[in-house]
Design a protein around this ligand. Sequence first.
Ligand code: G3H
Ligand code: ZN
Length: 277
Amino acid sequence: MKLINGYDLMNYAKKKGYILPAFNTTNMEMTYAIAKGLDDAKLPGYIQISSNNLRLSNPKVIADLARDAASRYDTPIGLHLDHGKSYADVQACVEAGFTSIMVDASHLPFEENVAEVAKAVQFCHFYGIPVEAELGALQGKEEDIVNEADAKTDPGMVEEFVRATGCDLLAVSVGNVHGLDLEPHVDLDLLKTIADISPVPLVLHGGSGIPFDVIQKARKCGLLKINYGSDLRKAFIRTFGEAYEANHNAHDVISLSMKAVENVSAKAKELVEVINA
Ligand code: G3H
Ligand code: ZN
């Protein structure tokens, strides 16, 4: 199948009552692995890549890989820019064929966050692409970016933020954290309060490490998308680490890369199945 438009993916998930995983990729192997894992589970989701991870490649390379990966299967798969850090990145990803966009200006003061997001929304909506934005800040480590601040999303700012920006998805900070170094403590009451106010569905970043029963409860609180990065990256890295530990002369890259694809796709399949159980 071709990559599915973000609006169509969201509507499909809402109709079916699914929660959509967004799995972070960095390279070719992880891209193919994510698509395979979603199709093995026969459940929809996103391949996503952050601006920070596009340093290794570029939007066109990732979009070409994702298109080829999705073309092998019937399962609906979207391609999402995660933590888009500039308008230029947003434009380049739309140009390359991404079907969903996040612009992350949550580190800026409210008014500036609104302005950055509204500008990206106007551009993306012209091309029929939904936009995710973030209000609040997550602690933790997103790849090599560490954020100490833990600014929970203020429910009193949600409605104005969504109205003023026109965003289609809202990433919230409710005790979720990026990475595996910190313990997430998701405040489901706060999530429910925000969900009851928000005109758009919610997104949880920092999926790795959140207990599955919490996610299943969060799914009932208006959560539509949940991001997973570290769990899959760990599955990829372990494949090579274990091989090297077993044999310091390990050098069979193709076999290890294919094993890594299997391990990452198995993790993706496990996650998408359990959060939709
Ligand atoms: O945007 C990416 C995700 O928030 C990754 O979070 O590495 O804790 O799963 P995670
Ligand atoms: Zn994130």
